[in-house]
Design a binder for this molecule. Structure first.
Ligand SMILES: [Zn+2]
Length: 216
């Protein structure tokens, strides 16, 4: 199996795992990865994460021209915005994950630092997560809003919609978005219970030790 075929299988396997654990349902969510020739593989529009076909993934060349496969996701501008602004982005994942969306509906969340500081791993894997406002599905303004962050964030949360996370490769992006959803779940579970958060000095130590992007 050549590298591209392995990548196609890996994308479908990770997407199915996400679907099987209920992290995005129905035909929601989309996923993309850089190919070794500088092109992109993207999940097609209207497909379910549980049933992606490796042979039907949308394929773009290194110039961003669509060359084969089914029609790509409508949320392509979101993916492109990450690749264009973050040179380290090798993959992008977007989910409609329940607890992240629930947390985005809460009136008192910090738009500049969406996740409360509950565990070190969310800080290490995601940095500071930016909460963006609600946009109509497919609105190209979403892509513009991500571009407006100038590549300084690897993870964003679209209010009333779902998270989008970029990683160095497909596995890193999936691991990071799962961390986001797990942390949002912890936040919702402990909401109103006076949970003991990591303190500012602990957060600072984590950021320093693991060289976390923690730009404000
Ligand atoms: Zn979406």
């Amino acid at each position: 199996m050549n590298d591209e075929n392995k990548l196609r299988e890996q994308i479908c396997l990770l997407a199915k795992s996400i679907y099987d654990r209920g992290l995005t349902g129905g035909s929601t969510g989309n996923i993309s990865s850089r190919t070794s020739d500088g092109g992109l593989l993207v999940s097609p529009t209207g497909t379910s994460f549980g049933r992606l076909d490796p042979n039907k993934l949308s394929r773009f060349d290194s110039k961003g021209v669509f060359i084969s496969g089914d029609i790509p996701t409508k949320e392509m501008p979101l993916h492109s915005a990450f690749y264009e602004t973050r040179s380290t982005a090798g993959a992008v994942v977007h989910l409609h994950s329940c607890h992240s969306v629930a947390l985005s509906l809460m009136p008192d969340v910090d738009e500049d630092d969406f996740l409360p500081h509950l565990t070190p791993y969310s800080i290490m894997k995601l940095g500071r997560v930016k909460l963006l406002p609600f946009y109509m599905p497919g609105d190209p303004e979403m892509g513009k809003a991500v571009r407006g962050l100038a590549g300084k964030r690897s993870a964003i949360m679209l209010a009333n919609h779902g998270p989008v996370v970029a990683g160095k490769d497909i596995e890193a992006a999936c691991n990071a978005i799962e961390e986001l959803e797990d942390t949002a779940r912890l936040a919702m579970m402990t909401r109103g219970m006076n949970a003991r958060l990591l303190n500012a000095s602990q957060v600072k130590s984590i950021v320093k030790k693991f060289d976390v992007e923690w730009d404000s």
